[in-house]
Design a protein around this ligand. Sequence first.
Ligand SMILES: [Zn+2]
Length: 227
Amino acid sequence: MNRKIKIWVFVNIMVISNLLVSCSSTKKIVDRPIVFNEQRMQLTSEYMKNRYGLEREQPIIDPKMIVFHWTAIPTLEGSFDAFKEPTLPNWRPDINSVSGLNVSTHFLVDQDGTIYRLMPENIMGRHVIGLNHTALGVENVGGTSETPLTEAQLQANIWLVRHLAKKYDIEYVIGHYEYTHFEGHPLWLEVDNSYRTLKTDPGNDFMEKVRAATQNLNFKSVPKKIK
Ligand SMILES: [Zn+2]
């Protein structure tokens, strides 16, 4: 082979192998567990009982919903650290009456699209008021003006929706900013009408793209807001 042909063959092999990698759904989930010790399990069970009136031996969930977030923290390590410990930073059981259970999420997607699983999928996380008992959480690293969510993250989130919809009877796919639309819905169980926080993550644009790409899965539309 002359040199030109050799280069041509090499380039083609590279293109074909890249195509194979991107098309074959080789995406995998990397387990990187946060601390889920006895204390966290107990705080999770207490949260389930106090906020939702659900008394279960284990804080097990029945996932009917996926809730998407951004961490508003620019790095994977910083984001992971926010979820790692069992209790909220600065929580003191002697002075705080609210739950000290730290926030958590089932999945954390890095800016390069790598999907990490932080905790068992069937245990309740704390990431969305009113709906944790039925919601799988997907957090995305970034969401600040310097670190907007990336195309790789969008594609990883779409892949994850398809993957989870095969495993569970998922009815709703929502952005965190939409959670209050479920007030009054049968899935909404928060007992305190004043316990709300204002959320904008992960942005309407991101959710529109996720929904457009998963239209064939026929998820239910988000209920109209009552108030
Ligand atoms: Zn959020």
